[in-house]
Design a protein around this ligand. Structure first.
Ligand code: FAD
Length: 70
């Protein structure tokens, strides 16, 4: 499993993605149904057009955030 996770991370980085450890997605900017930016730890905004959302089935805050952006 660790090798699989490491390979996934390396693949994301190879394709120009970023991985932020110990960071929390706290908000999203969406325009015309497309992601424009993500907010990390209620502070930094990072422009981004793609997002891998894998917060598990108990992340109520994320479901509420997504619901509020409809
Ligand atoms: C007690 C227990 C025992 C289990 N035992 C087994 C087992 O033996 N075998 C099995 O196959 N499955 C087991 N499961 C189920 C398994 O743990 C889950 O199915 C699996 O972990 C789900 O993976 P996931 O990546 O979707 O979510 P998670 O593993 O929950 O990962 C979600 C991650 O997202 C992070 N996150 C949440 N919100 C944010 C945010 N806003 N910004 C950034 N990050 C965020 C969380 O911190 C977490 O690290 C068990 C579950 C529990 C609770």
């Amino acid at each position: 499993m660790p090798a699989i996770i490491q390979a996934m991370r390396e693949s994301i980085i190879k394709q120009g993605g970023e991985v932020h450890f110990n960071s929390r997605l706290t908000d999203l900017k969406i325009e015309n149904n497309k992601i424009k930016a993500v907010q990390i730890n209620s502070a930094d905004w990072k422009n981004s057009t793609h997002l891998i959302l894998a917060t598990g089935h108990s992340a109520r805050d994320i479901f509420e955030l997504l619901d509020s952006k409809k």
